[in-house]
Design a protein. Sequence first.
Length: 436
Amino acid sequence: MDRLPRPGRLLAGGFQHVAASYAGVVAPPLVVGAAVGLSPVEVTFLVGAALFTAGIATLLQTVGFWKVGARLPFVNGVSFAGVAPMLAIAAAQPDRRDALPVIYGAVVVAGALGFLLAPSFCKLVRFFPPVVSGTVITLIGITLLPVSFGWIQGGHPERPASLTNLALAAATLAIVLILRRLLTGFLQQIAILLGLVAGTLVALPAGAVDTTATRHAAVVGFPVPFHFGHPLFELPAIVSMCVLMLVCMTESTADMLALGEIVGRDADEKVIAAGLRADTLGTALSPLFNGFANSAFAQNIGLVALTRVRSRFTVAACGLMFVLLGLSPVFASLIALVPRPVLGGAGIVLFGTVAASGINVLLKAGLDHGDNLLIAATSLGVGLIPVVSRPFYDNAAIPGTLKIILDSGVSAGCLTAVLLNLAFHHVGRKRRPGPP
């Protein structure tokens, strides 16, 4: 992980991580920007800011300084879990166009609080044995799969996928699998990137490649600090974002454990604390450049597992590319040329690989022992509820802060696994010997 690849491999590997993570970075600002009534030009600015701040957070995570940064091949980006509370904050404002300063104020406080809590929060790692971490890793992959399905449906999960979209996704998936089977060495490692390029070329005759963003994008554009106004601090918004920060820290802890298993380096308390500091510091700094809360991205875990390229400097190159994309909207728009169905086809491989990695960890947990089997089964069931039925918790009687946790399958499943592991293996005497 600490080896610096040759320039060509460094750039190609970094760009592959950009391609895999780009959609996840830009989706939250697109949704929030539309919800608060921003113009297309302002939404483009917000997307550039998200890319810029995601790049800074990724560099903090991979390169790091002092006790900040896990030094793992991790992409950090805008947390999609923050969309729901941010929309709720916007809905509570008399004029939604005034919501962004309130959101930014809450994000600053949440990031600062998370940074202070990181050394204590990391001590929870002892409550993440294989039965817990394997369950969480499996849930990460399973909960990400609907994202790729939504891309295949053109960003409209409530609608059936068109035959064109299905064909493009199937073609991309087939290309990636064929390339992985036939190629060797470095070309095999960048099969996902080659598949995205080939899928985009296939989409050209079908008219599925939208070049509008590229034609109207500026060559250079810096995310001016406090473009939408200086942060405002309102207690309800701050409480909501602080709860979100704890959720993001829980997911990031699980992600670091997952990546540690994949790259063969244990994510101990020291590594997790440093990683959480990078997450939370990146979050606290993001509003300065009009960004939102950042957290570790699970998307690139599958890419690391699939390509076996473990160098953290490859992901650091991805972070630098995000910064440059944020400074140059026209280059950022080139990534947007990849149609969503093409991303969805590649996403099936990426996210499915994460789920398979989790199953591999569960095999080490000793599921032949009844307690561990029960913990994994129950936690997977709880975690899948919001995946299978999105409106399951849409009940006015459920507090908003609790709903944030329940609507995140990873967080709900993770907390269930931790609590059940405590009940069966830490509280009182174990009923039978076996791996915890």
